[in-house]
Design a binder for this molecule. Sequence first.
Ligand code: CU
Length: 121
Amino acid sequence: MQKKNKVVIVTALSLGATLFAIAPQTTFAHGTDKHAQNVTVTVDGSGYHPAMVNVKAGQEVHMTFVSKGDSCANGISIPVLHKTISLKKGQKKEVVFTPKKGQIIAFACSMNMFKGKVMAK
Ligand SMILES: [Cu+2]
């Protein structure tokens, strides 16, 4: 009886250790895959920073727009991806895409006044 209990405890411990070992990788796959490229673009009253981003073609890009101010730059249109984003000050939103070689993904405010682009090499 005692022996049996010991076996159960050991199994539970090793299962716990296994889950612990797997957990960080699971988190990776959902957000920051090591092959994914993370790009953060700050949005404020003077546009997009950086306004020009270089990425690698064929690898997923996680592009996060972070709004730091109230301006029309918060309305972002990305025609190539058929996406529009609407931000409020303090908000952030992510766009995920995989660019092709040589592709230029331009984005602009809804008035086409502030502009930016992602270039894939
Ligand atoms: Cu504008």
